[in-house]
Design a protein around this ligand. Structure first.
Ligand code: G1P
Length: 297
């Protein structure tokens, strides 16, 4: 029996400079898609995949994140007094079992690989998941759950993967595939943010990973790579020739790059359109402004 994946690392130490001035005082992960912060989507996806321990790698200025997952006695008391049971119910998704959530500080912004490495003692010797909350994935079956199911068959290391336009390849980790089995692809090379024209394919790594603990050992002595940062991609690439190997999994679902303004707006519209209470109003508004825009051209 393969060991179950029950721990997930959420690297949330980034400063979110692309969203300044908002991120001057609000952590990016607390910014909302409709009425839920980005991080709630990540937590829900992890829970659906069977994750029981949630490890956040944070940095200065992220206190709002810790508060978000805490109980709020005054607010709860007020809601109870007013008989707002529906809102009390809404709050439940933000609660964590005692001891199920941990926060570790990344004291220096040395890269994603370094952020993951900061959680090494809490992972110890087990396979673990990594979720980048910036990558929001709308899917019938949550992306990490799809990966856990595939991992139960393959073992090894697995990254979520998606074809991107060639001109975008230099923004991602890119996979070089030795054997393409459709939804799963065996990986023979990985390059973080390849230079223009040097990408081995268009198959990009998206922010979901299931990794073996030996990736953490590699990170113990990993040198800085692309952009002068310690890259998770480089540490995973080191596993390619191991017995476990590395797989890319083309997930079923729509990914939004909520690290960019355009992606965040697209996700906002998509998630709002999926809501019965918002769809009709939003749709007629969108039709209206698109028509006005066309008429003005
Ligand atoms: C990170 C990873 C990269 C991956 C990307 C997916 O890059 O380093 O391999 O393709 O996430 O969103 P970042 O976007 O943090 O620069």
């Amino acid at each position: 029996m393969r060991r179950k994946v029950t721990k997930a690392i959420f690297p949330v130490a980034g400063m979110g400079t692309r969203f300044l001035p908002a991120t001057k005082s609000v952590p990016k992960e607390i910014m909302t898609l409709v009425d839920r912060p980005l991080v709630q989507y990540a937590i829900d996806e992890a829970r659906a995949a069977g994750i029981k321990e949630f490890i956040f790698v944070t940095s200065r200025g992220k206190n709002a994140l810790e508060d978000y997952f805490d109980h709020a006695p005054v607010l709860e008391q007020e809601l109870r007094k007013k008989g707002k049971d529906d809102l009390l119910e809404v709050l439940k998704q933000t609660y964590m079992d005692s001891g199920a959530i941990a926060y570790i500080r990344q004291h220096q912004a040395l890269g994603l690989g370094h952020a993951v490495w900061c959680a090494r003692r809490l992972i110890a010797n087990e396979p673990f998941a990594v979720i980048l909350p910036d990558d929001v994935i709308a899917a019938e079956k949550p992306c990490l759950q799809q990966m856990v199911e595939a991992y139960e068959e393959t073992g090894g290391n697995m990254v979520a993967a998606m074809e991107v336009p060639p001109e975008m390849a230099s923004s991602y980790g890119i996979l070089d595939v030795s054997e393409d089995m459709g939804s799963l692809a065996k990986v023979k090379g990985m390059v973080e943010k390849p230079k223009k024209g040097e990408a081995p394919s268009n198959l990009a790594v998206i922010g979901r990973y299931i990794l073996t603990p030996s990736v953490l050992k590699t990170l113990n002595h990993m040198k800085a790579g692309a952009g002068g940062e310690i890259q998770l991609t480089d540490a995973i690439a080191n596993e390619i020739d191991s017995e476990a190997g590395v797989y890319g999994m083309r997930f079923r679902g729509q990914r939004f790059d909520c690290g960019s303004k355009a992606g965040f707006l697209q996700a906002t519209v998509a998630f709002a359109m999926a809501r019965e209470d918002l769809r009709d109003d939003l749709e007629s508004f969108l039709r209206e402004i698109v028509q006005v825009d066309k008429a003005a051209q």
